[in-house]
Ligand binder design. Structure first.
Ligand code: UFG
Length: 331
């Protein structure tokens, strides 16, 4: 593989897995990360880490030039849905405005391929599940809107310039590198599987179940949990396609196409750990959909991507193994 891939947010959870997948596939990698939520140690030493902001045009363009960057994978951004409701301008700055600057730097620097971390939050509360890419995009929070706006910019830029992109709409990303090289490390977790493995390693004494009266089989929320290594692999395959077919861009759901309820996830954690983690039933969390599952027909038809770790217990085992490592590291 010729040239270098610029990974923004490569010191973060999903970005650090993508860095590994790119390096393992033979790419050279340069990371730009401002380390506000990421960690320098999470970046594999085979990659170069540049500490800074993606809106810093001199830094980004200099990095693109000096490293011979041929493609961007853009993970950097803010991702906490409730925070986006209380501080929307932070999300429009960090996700939309910063992306605009990064895309412009790519166009000006002659970087022709762009992979964007989008989200199932662009759909809002879908009326039909599993949800397909062409179904209505009606985000119900600024996080989803900030990501959708970037998708729209990319479409216009790809029309105007010699540039193609793949927007990957992630469903619920979980697990950790099966070889234990990186995982989800940022404090203040809100995601279910991370919270459950924190409880399993003694960092919490219970897990709260938000909502027991949804129109789902057991009344709790259903999500499509995708293993982070499978997701990282989808990025590498998407990049190969963008290079092979320069005139074409894509928007693809990243999920397994089936969901698990909160109680099923907690059962899996109990099974894997041989514990009985306390569950406390509570009210719905504002803004939560009952069921969010991907129609993954498009990604399966477009990329030579096949899930390797589509198994809830495997996802939980990998998340747990990483959580135990973090516990040792932090003492
Ligand atoms: N949940 C609990 N207890 C918890 C945490 C979560 O019951 O302590 C439930 C939620 O109510 C939901 C499910 O577990 O039913 C999953 O919740 P997460 O917080 O793990 O993830 P979300 O589905 O809310 O959010 C994910 C991504 C977002 C993205 C969204 C798309 O993390 O970035 O999907 O709708 F925007």
């Amino acid at each position: 593989r010729e040239g270098t891939v610029l990974v923004t947010g490569g010191a973060g959870y999903i970005g650090s897995h993508a860095v590994l997948a790119l390096l393992d596939a033979g790419w050279k990698v340069v990371v730009i990360d401002n380390l506000t939520t990421g960690f320098a140690w999470a970046v594999d030493p085979r990659a170069t880490l540049v500490t800074g902001n993606i809106e810093d045009e001199a830094l980004v363009r200099g990095t693109m030039r000096d490293h011979g960057v041929v493609a961007v994978m853009h993970f950097a951004g803010s991702i906490v849905v409730p925070e986006s409701v209380s501080d929307p301008l932070k999300y429009y700055r960090n996700n939309t405005v910063a992306s605009r600057s990064l895309i412009e730097s790519a166009v000006v620097s002659g970087v022709r391929h762009f992979i964007f971390s989008s989200t199932a939050a662009t759909y809002g509360m879908p009326e039909v599940v599993p949800v397909r890419e062409d179904m209505p995009k009606l985000p119900i929070n600024p996080y989803g809107t900030s990501k959708l706006m970037t998708e729209l910019m990319l479409a216009d830029v790809a029309f105007a310039h010699p540039f193609n992109y793949c927007a990957l709409r992630y469903f619920n990303v979980a697990g950790a590198d099966p070889k234990g090289r990186t995982g989800q490390s940022t404090a203040g977790a809100t995601h279910l599987i991370k919270i459950a493995v924190e409880a399993a390693t003694g960092k919490r004494d219970h897990v709260t179940v938000f909502g027991t009266d949804y129109a789902t089989a057991d009344g709790t929320g259903v999500r499509d949990y995708i293993h982070v290594s499978d997701l990282a692999d989808a990025h590498v395959k998407a990049l190969d396609l963008l290079i092979a077919e320069p005139g074409k861009s894509h928007t693809l759901n990243c999920g397994y196409g089936h969901g698990y309820s909160v109680l099923e996830v907690l059962d899996a954690v109990d099974r894997v750990t041989n514990l009985k983690i306390e569950r406390r039933m509570a009210e719905r969390r504002p803004g939560d959909a009952g069921e969010l599952v991907a129609d993954n027909g498009a990604i399966l038809a477009t990329l030579p991507w096949r899930p390797q770790r589509d198994d809830l217990d495997t996802i939980v085992q990998d998340a747990l193994a990483w959580e135990r490592k973090l516990t040792e590291r932090r003492g």
